[in-house]
Design a protein around this ligand. Structure first.
Ligand code: EPZ
Length: 434
């Protein structure tokens, strides 16, 4: 298992190019199952989760062609970096998503809606819990039932059928769910009649998916709002769609600049994707300038503690909570961080305390008593993707050496992290097989 070693305490300076969003790319890939026409995705990140989704889709019969267009290489799409991926699902050879692939990545459950809509049947392994919470899929299933699906959960599998096809209906989610909204959007575009999704998630990744589905020939209105109206269509066409920039990668590197009291220009991203985080950073004393070609994040002075509570978009993202905690550990004064999305997303707390951070958890809130930048390096263990990035951030700020173990979590969501940080002066290296 690889580890990452950091010699911390260096203020970072330089440019970082942000890749395509993992959490947008995964549902976009699943959307190819809806049509026998190819779907081409531009600005694809190269990540372990993308490879896992590729493997899952291949065993459903999808063929995948890829071309890399790294920075400085010729690309058919002006300005695009990353990969271009063409997914063709002209023949679906299996409607089963097996346990072995689904247990590796919960987003595999996103094949449920499109397979059911196109094939009238899907058999998907129940994803089970994970490090950050129990994460049920009951809301996905209830909403599909409202569209006429028959669902049976047996022997660890969700078996969904819709022999006569799905039928449009009004669905109100009792709780905002990103994956549930995505599954339902994909299911509803081939249903007969109109579907109205109320209390739908408004995350930018949902907008990216809805725009992609429309480019494929769907009829979705209300994109960006909490109410999505989908008029079912019978056929879909080939489409070419760009993956939006990764807002969590953007936020993580913005915090890398702030936590090291450095200056980083973030390229290929978009300020509006991360309004809530930038607002909190400004309040803490970080300078953020939105320029034509990028966002410049710098912190020269001491930072102050700022309270945040995670919320669905446009609120403060749960996927930035762990990184925010690392930053607050280096500020002056207390900050209260409340997690409202997942019930067990403070796994990074005991690891952050190994750096000397002063954090106390009370139920869904953590109180961080900032120590004005005085963290010291330590060997630590990553528990999930965003927890891993918070440990990297703490290591960059800390004096001395940090060794982050179990970095495979990191490879699920951050592309070439050591390279990107290294280019800004970080002393960071991967140790293979440690
Ligand atoms: C997506 O997960 C993201 N994953 C997560 O990113 C992100 O943390 C989360 O949304 C919230 O923003 C992808 O996009 C692939 P939810 P998802 O359904 O769709 C409960 C990362 O680090 N719920 O919006 O699984 C659920 O337990 C990952 O990149 C039900 O109770 O999240 C949670 O408490 C981690 N029943 C809340 O809703 C359901 O049927 C929100 O979950 C579905 C969800």
């Amino acid at each position: 298992m690889d580890a990452i070693r950091i010699q911390g305490g260096v203020p970072l300076a330089g440019d970082i190019t942000i890749g395509g969003a993992k959490n947008a790319a995964l549902p976009l890939m699943a959307a190819c199952l809806l049509s026998d026409q190819p779907l081409t995705l531009v600005n694809m990140p190269e990540l372990a989760d993308i490879a896992t989704m590729g493997n899952l889709l291949r065993q459903h019969g999808v063929t995948i062609g890829q071309a890399a267009f790294g920075a400085g290489r010729a690309s058919p799409d002006a300005g695009a970096t990353g990969r271009t991926m063409t997914l063709s699902a002209d023949t679906i050879t299996s409607v089963t998503a097996p346990y072995d692939l689904v247990r590796r990545m919960r987003a595999s459950v996103l094949v449920l809606g499109p397979l059911l809509a196109r094939m009238g049947e899907a058999k998907v392994s129940l994803p089970g819990g994970c490090a950050i919470g129990t994460r049920p899929v009951d809301l996905h299933l209830k909403a599909l039932e409202a569209l006429g699906a028959k669902i049976e959960v047996k022997e660890g599998y969700i078996h969904a059928t819709a022999a006569g096809g799905l039928k449009g209906a009004k669905v109100t989610f009792p709780k905002v769910t990103v994956g549930g909204t995505e599954n339902l959007l994909m299911a509803a575009i081939l249903a007969s009649g109109e579907t109205i999704l109320e209390n739908a998630a408004r995350e930018p990744e949902i907008g990216n998916l809805a725009e992609c589905l429309n480019a494929m020939g769907a009829d979705i209105t209300g994109i960006g709002s909490g109410t999505l109206t989908i008029r079912g269509v019978k056929t879909l066409r080939a489409a070419r769609v760009a993956v939006i920039p990764d807002r969590i990668e953007t936020g993580t590197y913005a915090i890398a600049a702030a936590i090291t009291r450095g200056r980083i220009k973030l390229l290929g991203t978009n300020y509006e994707l991360l309004d809530s985080v930038f607002a909190a950073m400004r309040q803490a004393g970080v300078t953020i300038e939105s320029q034509d070609d990028g966002i410049v994040v710098s912190a020269e002075k001491e930072l102050v503690g700022v309270d945040v509570a995670t919320e669905p978009f446009p609120g403060f993202p749960t996927d930035m909570q762990a990184q925010w905690m690392a930053l607050m550990a280096t500020a002056n004064g207390a900050a209260m961080i409340t997690e409202t999305i997942f019930e067990n997303r403070f796994m990074h707390v005991p690891e952050l305390t190994r750096f000397g951070a002063d954090v106390n958890v009370h139920g869904a809130s953590a109180i961080v008593r900032g120590r004005g930048g005085k963290l010291s390096g330590a060997p630590v263990m990553a528990t999930d993707l965003r927890a891993s990035s918070s440990l990297i951030l703490a290591g960059l700020a800390a004096s001395g050496e940090t060794l982050v173990n179990r970095v495979y979590h990191l490879d699920r969501g951050y592309e070439r992290l050591e390279e990107k940080l290294g280019a800004c002066g970080a002393r960071i290296e991967r140790i293979s097989g440690a």
